[in-house]
Design a binder for this molecule. Structure first.
Ligand code: C5P
Length: 226
């Protein structure tokens, strides 16, 4: 049966990993693509839950926003909401590492060089891939070199259905050049366009995968039933 309305869970923006009350590590990401995806899904009448790192963007009307700061908070919010989701889109630029120790007081500046020990953060898309079920999972790969090859590797390592491959020139821009790669390694290079238009294309692709049962077939295959 073809369904028209879904619950779409989206992560957006960059996370912040604080070293002390005023200093943090983060990624260069405006959050524009994640917010454009939320707006596109809302325009089509879907229920949208947006888990967002700190951004300078206004949330689209009708979207439920959960504001978080760090990767661990983002994972916690996703864990709480994932049960409701038919489609999960990981558009956040999650910080790969966080400082091992958070200092409660501001660290005093001296002339000595500083070394910060960093610890690996949880991977939110990988977590969603590990509990996938019938959901369609969409992720992004931002790479400066060997973009398609690395995107394909991430697609399979994180158990995604669709990955959006793109380069660093898209950061902060209102326009983007992206390539879509699906689980069966079909490649679609889209002409450069606004993030608003591209978000619509990504969403259409995710919905068609959901309606064609790509995720359900994967689940059956894993259970040895197809
Ligand atoms: O950082 P990386 O290139 O591995 O990101 C690929 C995908 O995984 C993106 O969709 C990103 O949002 C997601 N990711 C995540 N949690 C991380 C790192 C990446 O959800 N800790």
């Amino acid at each position: 049966m073809v369904r028209t309305f879904f619950t779409v869970l989206i992560t957006a923006g960059a996370t912040r990993e604080y070293l002390d009350p005023v200093r943090f590590f983060s990624n260069a990401s405006s959050g524009k693509m994640g917010y454009a995806l939320a707006a596109a899904a809302r325009r089509k009448g879907h229920r949208v839950i947006l888990v967002s790192g700190p951004v300078n963007l206004k949330a689209p009307a009708g979207v439920r926003v959960i504001n978080v700061t760090s990767a661990r908070e983002m994972l916690q919010a996703v864990k709480t909401e994932q049960r409701k989701a038919d489609i999960f889109i990981g558009a956040a630029a999650v910080s790969d590492w966080r400082p091992e120790v958070f200092r409660r007081g501001k660290i005093k500046k001296t002339n000595a060089p500083v070394t910060v020990a960093m610890r690996l953060n949880p991977d939110i898309v990988r977590y969603m891939g590990s509990i996938k079920g019938g959901r369609v999972l969409v992720g992004f790969a931002l790479e400066s070199h060997r973009i398609l090859e690395r995107a394909k590797a991430k697609l399979s390592q994180k158990n995604m259905d669709l990955i959006v491959a793109n380069g660093p020139e898209n950061i902060g821009s209102d326009k983007a050049r992206i390539t879509l790669i699906s689980r069966d390694l079909r490649i679609k290079r889209l002409p450069p366009a606004s993030k608003t238009l591209l978000a619509q294309r990504i969403l259409d692709e995710a919905i068609s995968l959901r309606n064609n049962g790509a995720a359900d077939k994967t689940l059956l295959r894993r259970r040895g039933l197809a």
